[in-house]
Design a protein around this ligand. Structure first.
Ligand code: BEZ
Length: 235
């Protein structure tokens, strides 16, 4: 563990720290260029490494699924631009993995040799590595606010279905003023805000409407997948 060095870390609810960076798709101003879209900013430890390669192939293959819910992807590692370009070309031209081949990564991959962005976002964890970023994920909303942060160590590849589920759950919570229970997937019941008064608590427990109350503070209601997608896809 490095000593005497302080790394800042943004928190859920904070405005996403801004930066300008060189990427494989040209310069970006973050998060300003992404205003109005959801965006997943994620770091990976290094180019030309196996776990990262499997992750990029999976994420690139799912890019359309994320675009459908107005979510863009931006990657980062502390490698340089030419390493990024060479690695992405190798992925497209040579790598076949789990039925994926000829995979083109068209989302921007930030070069961050100076670690300026990685440090700003708390992606460097010296106990894990002082030269490589860990696998950090920041889900940022259309107003540029950080809504979810997830970290994985170097050896553990991310679950990209889970990241898609996270975006859908956040969008559902925003659009319908509900919360989502453990393992929620679109189509499952959602949680209505906890009763804020004794009167509402009693009403809920006595009510025979579509709500199911497991107790006064824990009520769920159905929310059809079609309703969610009709609302989210309109945005
Ligand atoms: C990988 O992506 O395979 C990897 C990168 C850094 C450390 C360990 C694994």
């Amino acid at each position: 563990m490095e000593t005497g060095t302080t790394f800042s870390m943004p928190r859920i609810g904070d405005a996403a720290p801004s930066f300008t960076a060189v990427t494989t798709q040209g310069e970006i101003n973050f998060p300003q260029d992404y205003a109005g879209s959801w965006v997943i900013l994620f770091s990976h430890p290094a180019d030309f490494t196996p776990v990262c390669t499997s992750e990029f192939m999976t994420f690139a293959t799912m890019e359309k699924q994320f675009a459908e819910v107005n979510c863009k992807l931006v990657g980062l590692s502390v490698d340089g631009l030419y390493s990024h370009i060479a690695w992405l070309r190798t992925i497209k031209e040579k790598i076949e993995y789990k039925g994926m081949k000829d995979v083109e990564v068209t989302f921007p991959l930030i070069e961050d040799i100076t670690m300026e962005v990685a440090k700003k976002y708390g992606m460097m964890m010296p106990g894990e590595s002082s030269t490589k970023a860990v696998r950090a994920v920041f889900v940022i909303d259309p107003k540029g606010v950080i809504r979810t942060i997830i970290y994985y160590p170097l050896s553990l590849g991310r679950n990209f279905d889970e990241l898609h589920r996270v975006v859908l759950a956040l969008q559902t919570a925003d659009a319908f003023s509900v919360a989502t229970p453990a393992d929620w997937r679109p189509g499952d019941d959602v949680i209505v805000p906890t009763a804020g008064s004794c009167g509402v608590a009693k009403e809920r427990m006595d009510s025979k409407d579509e709500m199911t109350c497991h107790d006064w503070f824990f009520c769920t209601k159905p929310l059809a997948k079609e309703t969610i997608f009709a609302t989210i896809l309109k945005k």
